[in-house]
Every structure is written in structure tokens, then in C-alpha cells.
Design a binder for this molecule. Structure first.
Ligand SMILES: Cc1ncc(COP(=O)(O)O)c(C=O)c1O
Length: 388
């Protein structure tokens, strides 16, 4: 049986190889400290769990939900956006429920892209961005995120032919994996570029609530007129530690969201009502949870980075996200360094090249273990002699 050639775009040999090594070391008795996966280890707020269990006990909530999401959930989304960003949205037309933002990100290209159309994606970037373009037979144009440009794309380097034939552009700030953030000036520039070339902007703000030292990420929709060219995806996975619930949402331009809803209505039947109720409870409830959660990640960041700096590995402190983007301190490729680190210390991280060629030279470390474990990571790296 021949599987489709499309599958070649899906599997990353690097991740497969690392998982194999992790399993092998575990089988040999190594205690792995996994800082590879970006799955939160913290719990959702208690009132969210309470709402979910009450709603799950209601037999009337087990019918097919609607693909675009129940109105009560979309109203909760609009309410949250108004309070958090000062952005006004029509819950009926400018908000759509998603099975995690991955759902929106993976299906949007099917709604907007014809074969051969360009889509501008960041490199390094979250893998589904590029994969979704291949799924729609589009052509990804990789926008390098370089340290000297504060990891922001430089629109002036995009060839005119690409800009003219591009359907949309993906922006992700606070960024996974590079952790960079974007300000109003950058978003204004992006909107200007998008208007000039008739390109849709897709802003992924999955990490907008994980920010440190008083920093508050913004939404592109805060900018006057952004709704004419942009949609934004947000997720309850990281903001409320609900990754396993699979709930997120898309907001912004109604024509784009309508096109996405048409694709989705042929693919899924929406999100279990009890989960939508839990999601609405998260969005409408006390928001101090996000402050506490950010403080936890900030404390972890400080333990890890202060500890690593003391042993000779200095990494700039990120202002947001649950990750650290660390320049490799020795002469090795990111793939080699990740393997060696795993072998010598049992600490698992992700090689930067796994997110795109411009990720080479870096590793991504997820702050998904308690501070004590991160302290142990520092000790293990010190004892391994790998930094010498
Ligand atoms: C940048 C980014 N966007 C989107 C997602 C998808 O999140 P979810 O589908 O859980 O909302 C992730 C998950 O790690 C991510 O890192």
C-alpha cells in the first residue's frame, strides 16, 4: 500500500529520533526530566473543573453541539476580549469556537488557499503553520526570524512576486519557540504591509497570558481597522491550563471566520457542550489565576536561567511564554547538542532546527517542571561537564 506523498511533509525525523532515544534511556533506568513538550503541568482554576463536572453530569448536554460553538461560549469570548484588550466583537459573526487553536490553524489554509498560492510563515515557527499550507497545496514562504531583528520578520525582504501572490501571513507573538514579543509599532507595520498587498493576517496569541515582569502582550485587533485584514486565534490550553480539553477560539474578520466555519462544518460537529461551559467559566471567572500562573512560570524562568548563568550558560530572560530559547553554548548543532544533553544529563529539550532552519544554533526549553526540578537540571548540567 502506498501512502500519500503528502505525508512526507508531516513527520519530523528529528522528533522521532529524540523520542526513541528518550524511550531507550528510560528503559535503561535514566530518570528523564522532560523539558521538551509544551504541555502545561499546572491545573485549571478549581471553578473550571467544578463547572466541567457539573455540566458533564447533565444528560441534556450530550447531543451534537454546533460546529461554530454555542452562543454562550462565543459571548464569553467577546466579553473576555472586551475586558482584556478593549476590543469589541460581535459574538455571532466575529467569534468562532475551535477545538484548540490548532483546529483553526490547521484548517484555515483549506478555506483561503488555492493551489500555488503563497503563505508567509515564520521560520522558526510552530510546525502546523507550514504543514497546513502543504495540506492545502499552497506554497509556504518562510520569513526568517533573526536575532538581529528582535526575531520579528523583515517585510522589506519579501520579494514583490511573493507578496503579490500571498494569501495570508502568520504572526505569533509572544512567540513559540523564540519567545520574542511584538509591540504596537510592529503590528501597525504588518497591517500596512498586508493592506498594500491584499494579504490576510493570522495572529496566533496562544501565549498572551503568560507574561512576566509586568509586561502585558497585546492583540493585533487593538489596532484601528485591524478587523478588516486580520483574524486572531487564542487558546484556553495555556491561559487556563486546559490543553486536554481542546478548546480555543478565532476572532476578528467575519468573512474569514465564515470561510473557516464552512470548512469546519464539514469536518467536525463542534466541542462537547460541557467543555464549552467550562471554557466560558474560565473566560468569565476571576482572572487572578493568570497572574498567579505567570508568577509561577516567572519564578521557574529565574531559577533555571540564574542557575545556568552561574555555571557559564547565559541566556536572555524571556518576557513571555512558557519557554526559554537558548543559544547553544558549545560547538555542536542543535540536534547533536540535544542528543548529548539527553545522554549525559537525562534532560530533554527540543533542537531549534526542529522548528525550521533558522532555529539552528538554539534549543527550546519548556518551563513545565517545578522549580526544584529546574534546579536539578542546573546541577545535572554542571556535573556533566558539558559546558566545558
Ligand atoms: C504557538 C502555538 N499556537 C498554537 C498552539 C496550539 O494550541 P491548542 O491547539 O492547544 O490551542 C500551540 C501549542 O503548543 C502553540 O505553541
Amino acid at each position: 500500500m502506498n501512502v500519500s506523498r503528502r505525508l512526507e511533509n508531516f513527520s519530523s525525523a528529528i522528533f522521532f529520533e529524540l523520542n526513541e532515544l528518550k524511550q531507550q534511556l528510560r528503559a535503561e533506568g535514566t530518570d528523564i526530566i522532560d523539558l521538551g513538550i509544551g504541555s502545561p503541568d499546572l491545573a485549571p482554576p478549581p471553578h473550571v473543573i467544578q463547572t466541567l463536572s457539573e455540566a458533564a453530569a447533565d444528560p441534556s448536554g450530550y447531543g451534537y453541539p454546533t460546529s461554530e460553538g454555542s452562543l454562550f461560549f462565543r459571548e464569553a469570548v467577546a466579553n473576555w476580549y472586551r475586558n482584556r484588550f478593549g476590543v469589541h466583537l460581535d459574538p455571532q459573526t466575529e467569534c468562532i469556537a475551535l477545538m484548540g487553536s490548532q483546529d483553526g490553524l490547521s484548517h484555515l489554509a483549506l478555506a483561503l488557499v488555492d493551489p500555488g498560492d503563497y503563505v508567509l510563515v515564520p521560520d522558526p515557527g510552530y510546525p502546523i503553520y507550514e504543514v497546513s499550507i502543504h495540506l492545502a497545496n499552497g506554497v509556504p514562504y518562510l520569513m526568517p526570524l533573526k536575532e538581529e531583528n528582535q526575531f520579528l520578520p523583515d517585510f522589506s525582504t519579501i520579494p514583490a512576486e511573493v507578496a503579490q501572490n500571498a494569501k495570508f501571513m502568520i504572526l505569533n507573538y509572544p512567540n513559540n519557540p523564540v519567545t520574542a514579543v511584538a509591540d504596537r509599532e510592529f503590528y501597525e507595520k504588518a497591517i500596512l504591509f498586508a493592506r498594500r498587498h491584499n494579504i490576510v493576517i493570522v495572529s496566533d496569541i496562544a501565549y498572551s497570558e503568560l507574561a512576566f515582569d509586568g509586561y502585558k502582550p497585546m492583540s493585533i485587533l487593538e489596532i484601528e481597522g485591524a478587523k478588516e485584514v486580520a483574524v486572531e486565534f487564542h487558546s484556553l490550553s495555556k491561559s487556563f491550563n486546559m490543553a486536554g480539553c481542546r478548546i480555543g477560539f478565532g476572532i476578528g474578520n467575519k468573512e474569514i471566520l465564515k470561510a473557516l466555519a464552512i470548512v469546519k462544518s464539514n469536518i467536525d460537529y463542534g466541542i462537547f457542550t460541557a467543555i464549552q461551559k467550562a471554557g466560558a467559566a474560565a473566560l468569565l471567572g476571576d482572572q487572578t489565576h493568570t497572574v498567579t500562573m505567570s508568577k509561577t512560570y516567572q519564578a521557574r524562568r529565574d531559577v533555571l536561567l540564574d542557575g545556568l548563568a552561574k555555571i557559564g550558560w547565559t541566556i536572555p530572560k524571556p518576557q513571555a511564554t512558557m519557554f526559554v530559547w537558548a543559544k547553544i553554548p558549545v560547538a555542536m548543532s542543535s540536534r547533536e547538542f540535544t542528543r548529548e544533553l539527553l545522554r549525559h544529563t537525562g534532560v530533554a529539550v527540543v533542537p531549534g532546527v526542529g522548528f525550521g532552519t533558522h532555529g539552528e544554533g538554539f534549543v527550546r526549553i519548556a518551563l513545565v517542571q517545578p522549580a526544584e526540578k529546574l534546579q536539578e537540571v542546573v546541577s545535572r548540567i554542571k556535573d556533566s561537564g558539558m559546558l566545558r
